[in-house]
Design a protein. Structure first.
Length: 496
């Protein structure tokens, strides 16, 4: 057996490309959200691994029969759930090359091109985003490609922790405070737990509907004040540009002003909305980023780069390296010893790392920044279109103003009043409770049909349906059809 025999590699590789091309072509034939029941696959698969080889043809047949039904089709043009994962030919080809080389670029010498191409694409992207020069290698900072935003948050939080503890002494770790809003991604809570921030020092600032669920500087300042008075030490603020629930935009410039007074680390989590900031008309979303310490966005969400790819920049690379560098005799080499190179193992949690820069390089070169901008704009236009359709139907409301390409909407309490009338009059539930219940039912009904897939958020106690536009294959017709589906299911529930 030769598991990397070139002839067989070529044959199977071509088969898989054909398989995927056919899949993309016929993707709308499948229900967008997988309709299987929990445990479905266990019944269809043998209990033990095969002892003897099986042909690829037989395996692909099982893939078609057993695996595909359990897949939710994130690349479907009718996928409007969570945030999209926009794949592309360039992103795929880059990933394929990376997997083919299968190198492990933990330090420069382990594959110089892997590190240097990553340096290059991070500076390219940083320039396209108009990040201040201080975030680039051409300045004093630099960028790294991680797998996910969760990692970016953990890396920056551990660097922030160690930077402060080096000044106040590690015995004071119990005094460090992390600030977030009630809309900040849960990744930060886990990261705080991992790095040993006491849960009583995890400060969650409430947001309000009247300010579109953005984190406001005044309550932040007052929380910091109280903490400082109590002898605590502000350590880290996470500012979100495009929250996961409603794409709220925290006012970055104002928040940095507050945080900078207290010497805190400010991380900007622009996981979703960072991509669109390459368009001049959206760059203002990250105005004030020069006051932040680090910035990250997920290229695997809305930047045509196949999973996984989180782009993280830091202003002060030394603070990350001081915290995360490791030394082992077996990794020693001249280039590292002479400090001539970047060793990315010191910029991340793991040692081994993938050659992610290839896919970013392919995406940027294959499409060019101009086309990438137009691609993002087209989704924003489609979202505007969807928003207008919702507005025209008086049974619905747009719950919070749309910022980018996510529309948050719901059936109004007034539209569902009839259904819950009895219970409301008996005082068992409020009209808002009924609205929540019916909107949840509406979403389940839509998703159960398999024609489109949307997800929900609960903000300020209100259940809203999110329509996130950004799948690569989505066109205007799909969005119009999606709204028709929503209306039909609403009709069925309301006239029932
Ligand atoms: C998606 C998202 C995350 C989590 O991203 P991962 O890459 O899955 O870790 C974090 N923050 C925001 C604002 C997000 O939208």
């Amino acid at each position: 057996m030769n598991p990397l025999e070139p002839k067989e590699f070529r044959r199977q590789g071509h088969m898989i490309i054909d398989f995927l091309a056919d899949y993309y072509q016929s993707i709308t034939n499948y229900p967008v959200l997988s309709q299987v029941e929990p445990g479905y696959l266990r019944k269809l698969t043998p209990s033990f691994a095969p002892l003897n080889p099986e042909p690829i043809e037989a395996i692909l047949q099982d893939l078609q029969q057993h695996i595909i039904p359990g897949i939710t089709h994130w690349q479907s043009p009718n996928y409007f759930a969570y945030f999209p994962s926009s794949g592309s030919t360039a992103g795929f080809v880059g990933e394929m090359l990376s997997t083919g080389f299968n190198l492990v670029g933990f330090n420069w010498v382990s594959s110089p091109a892997a590190t240097e191409l990553e340096n290059t694409v991070m500076d390219w992207l940083g320039q396209v985003l108009k990040l201040p020069k201080t975030f680039l290698f051409s300045g004093s900072g630099g960028g790294v490609l991680l797998g996910t935003t969760c990692e970016a948050i953990l890396v920056t939080l551990v660097a922030a922790r160690d930077k402060i503890l080096s000044q106040i002494g590690i015995e004071n770790i119990g005094k460090l405070v992390v600030y977030v809003s009630d809309q900040t991604h849960c990744a930060i809570q886990k990261a705080a737990h991992i790095v040993g921030i006491h849960s009583k020092n995890f400060r969650v600032i409430n947001t309000m509907k009247s300010t579109s669920f953005a984190l406001m500087p005044e309550p932040l300042l007052s929380a910091i004040h109280t903490d400082v008075q109590n002898g605590l030490v502000p350590c880290y603020l996470c500012v979100t540009v495009g929250t996961t629930s409603t794409t709220a935009i925290d006012p970055l410039g104002l928040l940095c002003k507050v945080a900078n007074k207290y010497g805190m680390w400010v991380h900007v989590d622009a996981a979703y909305a960072g991509s669109v900031c390459i368009c001049p008309e959206f760059r203002h979303l990250i105005d004030g980023v020069e006051g932040a310490t680090s910035f990250s966005f997920n290229a695997h969400k809305w930047f045509l780069t196949n999973l996984d790819c989180c782009c993280l920049w830091v202003k002060d690379q030394a603070s990350v390296i001081n915290s995360l560098s490791t030394h082992s005799v077996y990794l020693e080499n001249n280039a590292s010893d002479l400090k001539q190179v970047v060793d990315y193992k010191d910029w991340q949690i793991t040692l081994s790392r993938r050659f992610r820069a290839l896919k970013v390089w392919l995406v940027l070169r294959s499409y060019g920044v101009a086309n990438l901008r137009d691609f993002l704009r087209s989704h924003v236009e489609m979202a505007k279109n969807f928003e207008e359709l919702v507005r025209k139907d008086k049974r619905f409301e747009i719950f919070v103003p749309r910022n980018v390409a996510v529309v948050c909407f719901r059936l109004l309490p007034s539209a569902v009043a009839k259904i819950g009338n009895g219970r409301v009059q008996d005082g068992h539930v409020t009209t808002e409770d009924v609205a929540n219940e019916i909107n949840r039912k509406l979403l389940d009904s839509i998703n159960g049909s398999g024609t489109v897939y949307m997800t929900h958020a609960t903000v300020g106690g209100v259940f809203v349906i999110r329509c996130a536009i950004g799948a690569t294959l989505t066109e205007k017709t799909h969005v119009i059809m999606a709204w028709k589906v929503v209306q039909e299911h609403a009709d069925a529930i309301l006239n029932h």
